[in-house]
Design a protein around this ligand. Structure first.
Ligand code: MTE
Ligand code: MO
Length: 199
């Protein structure tokens, strides 16, 4: 039997299937930063993956932006309850960056310029789920939104998507990031409403 939604009229978009529990839709793009916006020059910018055994792989700006990129259109879900639908990014898939990295680590700690960190299981960075994004809505990412480049891992709450991303430390044992250390959920699945530790 088809589901009839009362109160749904005409051209209004039925977005409820895209809204995780407890969230509301916004069309704004709020800025949420735990500190000042670090100004990172593209000429100085560097992104480094370090493995649990101390191996490193680094890319400068020219190297990163020369890699094959993708243009994901994704929904964002912030733990402060706003969701923004159909945001358009350009960036390099973590599948590409991790392709030649030898590791048996299960955890990743994302590291930003300006000391912010977030933790994500390594498998959540793979299989087309995460990007190092350097363009938003057809333009360079604005500094307040994480430019030159940010992690984009949209299937988790947006705090995981570290702005001003500088590197990823791969780890055999989980290490918690900035918000996770002070009580936010270590995983942060918006569909299971994993906002705080214990949810
Ligand atoms: N480096 C860094 N990354 C960060 C944050 C931050 O404070 N510093 N805030 C996080 C939070 S809580 C959210 S909701 C999003 C907000 O991104 P926006 O400011 O582009 O909306 O960035 C995440 N990444
Ligand atoms: Mo957030």
């Amino acid at each position: 039997m088809p589901i009839v939604s009362r109160g749904f009229h005409g051209r209004a978009r039925d977005t409820r299937h895209k809204l995780p529990p407890g969230q509301y839709e916004t069309t704004d793009f709020p800025v949420l930063s735990a500190g000042p916006t670090p100004i990172v020059d593209r000429d100085e910018w560097e992104f480094t993956i370090r493995t649990e055994t101390g191996e490193r792989a680094s890319w400068n700006w020219a190297q990163m932006t020369a890699l094959p990129s993708e243009t994901p259109t994704v929904d964002l879900h912030c733990v402060t309850k706003w969701s923004k639908f159909d945001t358009e990014w350009q960036g390099v898939s973590l599948d590409v960056l991790l392709e030649d990295v030898e590791t048996s680590a299960e955890y990743a700690l994302i590291q930003s310029y300006g000391d912010y960190t977030s933790n994500v299981p390594l498998e959540d960075l793979l299989d087309g789920q995460a990007w190092i994004a350097y363009r938003y809505d057809g333009e360079d990412i604005a500094p307040e939104h994480g430019g030159p480049a940010r992690l984009l891992v949209p299937h988790l709450y947006f705090w995981k998507s570290a702005k001003w991303v500088h590197g990823i430390q791969l780890l055999a044992e989980e290490e918690l990031g900035f918000w996770e250390t002070i009580g936010y959920h270590d995983y942060g699945d918006p569909w299971r409403e994993q906002r705080y530790r214990g949810d």
